[in-house]
Write a protein that binds this ligand. Structure first.
Ligand SMILES: Cc1cc2nc3c(=O)[nH]c(=O)nc-3n(C[C@H](O)[C@H](O)[C@H](O)COP(=O)(O)OP(=O)(O)OC[C@H]3O[C@@H](n4cnc5c(N)ncnc54)[C@H](O)[C@@H]3O)c2cc1C
Length: 457
């Protein structure tokens, strides 16, 4: 029997947390952070490091780690969301190279803070492996690695089919790409451990407290309000639920399943001894990890978007999405045709209209934000937290000059255009994947068109 929803499998591992106290009445603080995921918690963590005297409160609608931070695929990796060329349009090449260096450093920073704060989040820095199993995917993989290297990512290397299979034995592998800048994590353990570390530093976390409106120096919640010099929005995929922000970032769904624990004899066939995070080069791509208890956790797009920017139902996932992800597992690893699926869940991530992440602070209103990580948030949230801490404390640093700082883009289209656009884009990606699976040697024109129309590339 597959458990459906219940926030995520990662909580069946550690238990759904008991909620902290709610906020009520009027509260005063120096900094109020809305949202208790990685963005909000890292911001609080680094703010306290820079200035321990700051009074900081976090307002969280459910519990810290309820959102994507407690549900993701556990890829802690240095990938930049969106096209580097877009960041280069507003800055220069050196600034984009610097962003990449800071992203790679963020992976090591998270690993080292987890160690320092004694957070056991099953972290293994085994790198990232991406595999091509159709000729068109192989063509894209080669272009991808060449592009990475042209941006100074010379650690990102192309692998032959044999080298790739030696790492992970994916059926029909034609080639792979490997980067050392990635680690596998158990996300709920990391986000819960971080919340405790932040509390130890003196930050107050109110849970079960939903913010409806954010204004300069004010966060209005269901049971009270916080007045603060700075109000930081850290609600990523849920941002559309706050008054006036419905079309800011599109709440994109991502869904995951996890297999039963696999036996040593199965792992002998699949390899995966290095615990690399793993993905493929399909247009509707998948992402996966080998968990600490020897399961495969794998995710991808099921129903990509719900009409009217609806967000979440405790991770509950449609039967057809579970079947779709199961089919992906069997396509990659035919040995697992009879393997049980123990848990399925979903979450939302934030997608800006230009698919590029952003962090910023308006010094006149005291309003700050970070997000739009487009599925690259596990490491990026750490960089966002460090950057917001610098901005709030008025420091001019390398981080505050990175090209994603203060980036503003237009809003998403109103409904029904928004819904129609995303449905059409993912239907196009699926059609393109199907064409490519039947032997097409180059990337399908349908996918190229979908990329252009959606504004992704
Ligand atoms: C299924 C899935 C798999 C993913 N896999 C990966 C991956 O492997 N690697 C990767 O890099 N990224 C991945 N991502 C993306 C990544 O998890 C997110 O980008 C990142 O966790 C965002 O962190 P956050 O703190 O900004 O947002 P969240 O973790 O979503 O936190 C926002 C918090 O704000 C709270 N909140 C929302 N609205 C309100 C309100 N009005 N009032 C009060 N509180 C509110 C929410 O309850 C939530 O706890 C994945 C995302 C999903 C959904």
């Amino acid at each position: 029997m597959t458990t459906n929803g219940n926030v995520s499998f990662w909580y069946s591992d550690i238990g759904i947390p008991k909620q902290r106290a709610e906020m009520s009445g009027r509260v005063f603080a120096d900094v109020c952070i809305v949202g208790g995921g990685f963005t909000g918690l890292w911001s609080a963590y680094y703010l306290k490091k820079l200035d321990p005297s700051l009074q900081i409160v976090i307002l969280e609608q459910r519990f810290a780690g309820y959102g994507a931070s407690g549900r993701n695929g556990g890829w802690l990796f240095g990938g930049i969301a969106g096209s580097r060329h877009r960041y280069e349009q507003t800055h220069d090449r050196e600034a984009v190279l610097s962003l990449q260096r800071h992203m790679n450093d963020s992976v090591d920073e998270v690993v080292s803070i987890a160690e320092r704060e004694r957070i056991d989040a099953d972290i293994v820095k085994g790198g990232v492996l991406e595999v091509a199993y159709t000729p068109a995917q192989l063509e894209r993989l080669k272009e991808f690695v060449a592009d990475e290297q042209s941006w100074g990512e010379t650690d990102h290397v192309l692998l032959s089919a044999e080298e790739s299979i030696a790492r992970i034995n994916v059926a029909n592998t034609l080639g792979g790409a490997y980067s050392p800048h990635g680690a596998r994590i158990q996300p709920a353990k990391l986000v819960r451990g971080l919340a405790e570390a932040v509390e130890r530093a003196g930050v107050t976390i109110y849970e079960g407290t939903r913010v409806d409106q954010i204004q300069p120096r004010l966060a209005v919640a269901d049971r009270g309000q916080v007045e603060a010099e700075y109000v930081l929005r850290a609600t990523e995929g849920f941002t559309a639920g706050i008054k006036g922000l419905k079309r800011e970032w599109l709440p994109m769904n991502s869904s995951m399943i996890v297999t039963e624990p696999l036996s040593a004899s199965v792992w002998e066939l699949l390899h995966w001894g290095g615990r690399e995070t793993f993905g493929d080069m399909a247009h509707a791509y998948c992402y996966a990890q080998r968990t600490a208890d020897d399961r495969i956790a794998i995710g991808g797009r099921g129903v990509p978007y719900r009409y009217g920017s609806q967000t979440d139902n405790d991770g509950s996932t449609q039967a057809k999405t579970i079947q779709l992800l199961r089919d992906v597992v069997v396509r990659l690893f035919p040995q697992l045709a009879d393997t049980r699926i123990d848990h399925a869940w979903s979450g939302v991530l934030g997608v800006p209209r230009d698919w590029c992440s952003t962090v910023g602070l308006d010094a006149t209103t005291g309003l700050g934000w970070a997000g739009g990580y487009v599925g690259h948030g596990v490491a990026t949230t750490n960089l966002a937290g460090r950057t917001l801490a610098d901005l709030v404390t008025g420091r001019d640093t390398e981080l505050t000059r990175l090209p994603w700082v203060g980036r503003r883009v237009r809003k998403w289209e109103p409904e029904p255009l928004r819904w129609l656009g995303v449905q059409t884009m993912y239907a196009a990606y699926r059609a393109a994947d199907k064409q490519e699976s039947s032997g097409r040697a180059t990337t399908s024109a349908i996918a190229k068109l979908a990329d252009r129309v959606s504004g992704r590339h």
